[in-house]
Design a protein. Structure first.
Length: 538
């Protein structure tokens, strides 16, 4: 349709020259033919732009949904390596720039095709004039290409600065409480981090717009120069007749609009290309439309044991020695209540992520009733676990087993057990309000985990934010009740006074895992009850 529109545009110019301008008068038939040409030009031009715009938005929709699905399919390790700011910028800014590119693409396509068709008509009118005009336009294109490359470099630098800006936004939003207390830190963040990144983004954007502005005006000026050149060569130097020179100049003037549209659309297209390069740099896994759930039946159900054989994971940091967790040999039995203790940096969190297969071990393997866990059944294995991590995210959708809406009676019962009946409002299958205290939010996170009815519950220092009364209830009533229902509960905890509630106690130390007997657990509890002597120096 764009090609037909361009052809009709050139045909309208030719018809205007041959039938309207050349003739002494215009007949009704001639005017009808010209009206038909204009109607066809409008119909094909409008249809082409509508079709290209619709196609562009469909492509952007497909790209957006594909990207989000690829992020959902990406392992936690890779997402942590990429960093949250890069992913968020790609999901927001890059998609916006690609949308802008596709919105500009119809103008660019139409302008390019009409320009090509117009220059073909100029070549047919006068090869001699066209040779000089082509050289003139070639010089314009060469200068424009240099400016466009500079525009692309500036847009790439602006996009890099945008990554850093998103990291600053994250710090401002997530650290709002600390920044409110410490205005010196707020000033330091604003003046030494945010402002330089904002200035860099601003300066690169200005530079890109300046290059584009020069390019746009250069094209307009050179097109008008081509009009003057055609008149000089045609009329003064007699390279063509007056009629040909006039038609030639009229055609160039007609092409000025599509050429300007083409040049005007290029920055958006270039910005879209930069955004696509950024998306490619994420190196996310290939797109798979289907979600691989936990119901394929490749693992025994119900399971009896989860076994860790020589499980090892190495953290590698540039310029620092790597920290290794493992090798770990451990067997967890269904229905056990297991506590994990250990100091900061002892490897507890890494072990938890290996246990749930969020981290793929560098050595060793996981087994469920003797069945080895690999890429083919990893999704099924992860489906055994419900978890409340220390950095949990509180969703508002209430889901039961296999993603079905949660049973309202079960929701009501859990709200009662978690002492949230008067605090939380449920509308349909969603939480109406999650603006609660830290401890209450953690109870809601536990509610979401229990509604999934998975056989293993993982808790990462869950009781740390609870008040003493509910902490007692949690250890003495809730955990035994979950164990009685057949759940395997694996909890990281420092509440030594409740160690007697556990079936087993594991201790993490320097990446190694050992099991404590009751005597060792009691000794550990007593040692923790001795308050250390603190010395304060101003």
């Amino acid at each position: 349709m764009s090609v037909c529109s361009a052809a009709l545009g050139v045909a309208a110019i030719s018809f205007l020259n041959d039938r309207l301008l050349a003739a002494s008068g215009s007949s009704s038939e001639t005017l009808c033919w010209f009206a038909a040409l204009l109607l066809g030009l409008f119909a094909f031009g409008a249809s082409a732009r509508i079709a290209l715009t619709t196609l562009g938005h469909h492509v952007v929709y497909g790209l957006r949904t594909t990207l989000v699905k690829r992020v959902l399919d990406t392992d936690l390790e890779q997402l942590e390596a990429l960093g949250l700011p890069r992913v968020l910028t790609s999901l927001s800014s890059d998609i916006t720039h690609i949308t802008g590119a596709f919105v500009a693409l119809p103008s660019a396509t139409y302008g390019l095709l009409l320009t090509v068709g117009g220059f073909a008509y100029l070549a047919w009118l006068s090869p001699a004039l066209f040779a000089v005009t082509a050289a003139w336009i070639g010089l314009t294109i060469a200068a424009g290409s240099l400016l466009m490359r500079s525009t692309q470099r500036a847009l790439t630098a602006a996009r890099d600065a945008e990554d850093r800006l998103v990291a600053n936004y994250q710090a401002v939003v997530e650290g709002r409480k600390e920044l409110a207390l410490n205005r010196s830190r707020a000033q330091q963040l604003f003046e030494t981090e945010f402002l330089p990144n904002a200035r860099a983004n601003r300066d690169h954007e200005i530079r890109a717009d300046v290059y584009h502005g020069i390019n746009d005006n250069l094209v307009s000026t050179m097109v008008l120069g081509a009009v003057a050149l055609s008149f000089v060569l045609g009329l003064t130097l007699h390279w063509s007749s007056a009629a040909v020179a006039t038609t030639y100049a009229l055609t160039i003037l007609f092409l000025r609009t599509p050429i300007t549209s083409l040049v005007g659309a290029l920055p958006a297209v270039v910005a879209g290309r930069v955004a696509l390069n950024k998306l490619d740099a994420l190196t996310l896994p290939p797109h798979e439309p289907a979600f691989h759930g936990s119901s394929s039946g490749t693992l025994p159900s119900p399971f009896r044991t989860i076994e860790l054989r020589g499980l090892t994971y190495r953290h590698v940091r540039s310029g620092e020695p790597s920290f290794e967790v493992g090798p770990i040999d451990l067997t967890l039995r269904r229905g056990e209540l297991v506590f994990l203790v250990g100091g900061n940096g002892s490897g507890k969190t890494t072990f938890l992520r290996m246990l749930t297969s969020l981290y793929t071990p560098h050595a060793g393997a996981l087994y469920v009733d003797g069945v080895r866990i690999d890429d083919n059944n990893r999704a099924d294995y992860r489906g055994l676990f419900a978890a409340v991590f220390s950095d949990y995210y509180l969703f508002d959708q209430l889901l039961g087993p296999r993603g079905a809406p949660a049973d309202p009676a079960h929701v009501h019962e859990l709200l009662r057990l978690l002492a949230l009946t008067d605090k939380v409002t449920v509308a349909g299958a969603k939480l109406a309000d999650t603006r609660l205290s830290a401890g209450q939010k953690k109870r809601l996170a536990l509610l979401l985990a229990l509604l999934e009815q998975r056989p293993v519950l993982v808790l990462d220092e869950w009781a740390a934010d609870q008040d003493p009364a509910y902490r007692e209830l949690f250890y003495h009533q809730l955990l035994p009740a979950l164990r009685a229902q057949g759940l395997t509960v694996f909890a990281i905890t420092h509440d030594d006074k409740f160690f007697g509630q556990a079936d087993r106690i594991l201790k993490a130390d320097s990446g190694q895992l050992s099991e404590l007997g009751q005597r060792s657990a009691r000794a550990l509890s007593e040692s923790k009850n001795v308050a250390p002597r603190l010395e304060y120096r101003q």
